[in-house]
Design a protein around this ligand. Sequence first.
Ligand code: FEO
Length: 168
Amino acid sequence: MIGERMLEALNRQINEELYSSYLYLSMSAWFESIGLKGFANWMKVQAREELGHAMKFYDYILARGGKVQLQEIKAPPHEWNSPLHAFEETLKHEKHITECINKLVEIAEEEKDRATFNMLQWFVDEQVEEEANDEEIITKLRMIEGSKNGIFMLDRELAQRKYVEEVK
Ligand code: FEO
């Protein structure tokens, strides 16, 4: 059984991951509305990955005999000033998620919950990857700022991203 404190924190993380999915789906819709289908695709794939993250916590709680308690998901923003702005907000959000994961690791350590501590290592690695991906796209967007041609090329690149289920 998972302790009360750990369980509550894991349930909170399901909400964080579902909100992440909601945020990126909203960004996907916005990119689609301004004609950037490649960017929209990238964000839609990201939204699916976030749903997968939520499900990892969900499945883990149930596997440990804990109770899943879903909470209200807040509404995300609906528009951004530019593609660069959207990706800066994405990176900011991922840094927040990294903090959440680190906090969960701390709780697992304090509660001496080995199993949860081990499960969380996947997320620790995942956050390094997610922040690096966002930083790479931000660097490209800064390089091409103001260039329609540059945006068009990057849009074509981001159109290539495909959803791959992340297995443990
Ligand atoms: Fe689920 Fe983007 O972290």
